[in-house]
Ligand binder design. Structure first.
Ligand code: ASP
Ligand code: MG
Length: 428
């Protein structure tokens, strides 16, 4: 059996949904489990709804209407027959959320977040399930929250593998067959108390890998708007090329360094069971795409570029010019972990510890407030972290030279440089 994953871009409007239906019809009579994200940018729209509730800004009803109007438009375009019941079903998903309108919110904002954003995936799968049925496929809609179990760490749920595997094997596996296609949601799960949780933004790839692992799938295919895994972002590098094969190891490295094509946690569940993964284009479904597998041979002749803009460089120094030693470092790491800020690159000298990070401004400012209680803190905004796998010296020479090099690191396979403007430096 195979697991497919369709992301937001692949279901962003009615034509895109029709295309997904066409692709799934190409695979009929094969056992399939299909994981689908929220349509287009609707997770962002739901984040706006969440924000309205938290801030009680009076815009909640307006934001809900925007979300519904977008989905109703797609429904109207997809179906000839009356689909009032489907629209009502989607409207009904907001019942609890609406009841918070006009009130000061006193609950747990992260728990509310999961409750609100999960509506995106629930809505998209309801619509697509219906469209597949109209096309003659025997599709079965399944609520992923009854199968994927996490702890209660809202917004970033950590998988309870034992429960998840047991539920998928007992509840889902018996329904997987050549005669039907299972449709379920990416990104969403639930905790012990059956409260909705989510796996972190862009988490649908990870959901698909969890399903593939627990079902012992033969292959997993991620359908994307690009022909496969490219060696660079084509918006920055017009000459980007597709990689035909990438090993699990290389894919994990690329994802870790920030390549956005795969969610960083996706590979591990596949690797554990040696499940092959393909990244294929939903625009050209017959084309081969990129194969990610254990034995894939990574072509080290082709360098891969990962550009991460909007980095902050934070330099932390002791106030009394004493050396930065282990106890300082462990304290610094504790503060980063408390603020849930991931360090993208770091370097230390006698009295400085320097990191580049990428996160929400308010979070970084709060982090620096804490650091300042003990250390002296300076920072620069707007830096760019460039990572090159399989670099060579001539590539490094060609890199942007009008910027200052804040940090530079080389290992045998990987070159990383943080570039920025000097004038930017601020004291925290
Ligand atoms: N809909 C979620 C997001 O936009 C999850 C995903 O698309 O992978 O972050
Ligand atoms: Mg998405």
């Amino acid at each position: 059996m195979q697991v497919f994953k369709f992301g937001g871009a692949s279901v962003k409007d009615a034509d895109a949904v029709r295309n997904v239906t066409t692709i799934l019809n190409m695979y009929k009579r094969q056992p399939l489990v299909v994981i689908i994200s929220a349509m287009g940018k609707s997770t962002n729209a739901l984040e706006a709804i969440h924000h309205s509730i938290i801030t009680n800004d009076g815009k909640l009803d307006q934001h809900i209407t925007t979300f519904n109007t977008f989905h109703y438009g797609i429904i109207d375009s997809l179906f000839q027959l009356d689909r009032t019941w489907l629209k009502e079903h989607i409207a009904h998903l907001f019942t609890d959320v609406r009841s918070l309108s006009g009130k000061k919110f006193t609950g747990n904002p992260d728990k509310l977040y999961d409750q609100v954003v999960s509506i995106g995936e629930l809505s998209s799968t309801l619509i697509i399930d219906n469209h597949l049925k109209c096309s003659g496929l025997n599709s079965i809609w399944v609520d992923a929250r009854n199968l994927i179990k996490t702890d209660s760490n809202h917004k970033e749920g950590r998988i309870n593998w034992a429960d998840t595997e047991r539920l998928i094997k007992s509840q889902l596996m018996p329904n997987v067959s050549e005669n039907s296609v299972i449709i379920t949601q990416g990104f969403i799960a639930s905790d012990q108390n059956n409260h909705t949780t989510t796996l972190g933004r862009e988490g649908s790839d990870y959901s698909a890998a969890i399903f593939a692992n627990c079902l012992n799938a033969h292959t997993m295919i991620i359908w994307k708007d690009v022909p496969g895994v490219l060696n660079a972002d084509p918006r920055i590098y017009p000459n980007a090329v597709k990689l035909n094969e990438v090993s699990y190891h290389e894919a994990i490295e690329l994802a870790y360094y920030g390549a956005s094509v795969i969610h960083p946690r996706t590979i591990q569940p596949l690797q554990r069971k040696e499940i092959k993964m393909w990244v294929k284009s939903f625009v050209a479904p017959e084309a081969l795409g990129t194969l990610i597998s254990k034995d894939a041979i990574t072509n080290t002749e082709i360098p891969s570029y990962i550009n991460q803009k909007g980095q902050w460089l934070i330099t932390i120094a002791t106030r009394d010019l004493s050396f930065i030693v282990e106890e300082h470092l462990s304290h610094i790491f504790e503060i980063f972990s408390k603020h849930k800020v991931k360090i993208d690159i770091m370097q230390n000298s006698a009295i400085h510890f320097t990191v580049a990070v990428h996160n929400l401004e308010w979070r970084l400012l709060a982090l620096m407030e804490d650091l300042k209680e003990i250390f002296q803190v300076k920072y620069n905004t707007n830096a760019e972290l460039i990572t090159i796998r399989h670099y060579n010296d001539s590539i490094i020479k060609e890199l942007n030279t009008d910027r200052v090099v804040f940090m530079e690191q080389k290992t045998r396979e990987t070159y990383r440089v943080l570039l920025g403007e000097k004038e930017n430096q601020k004291n925290s």
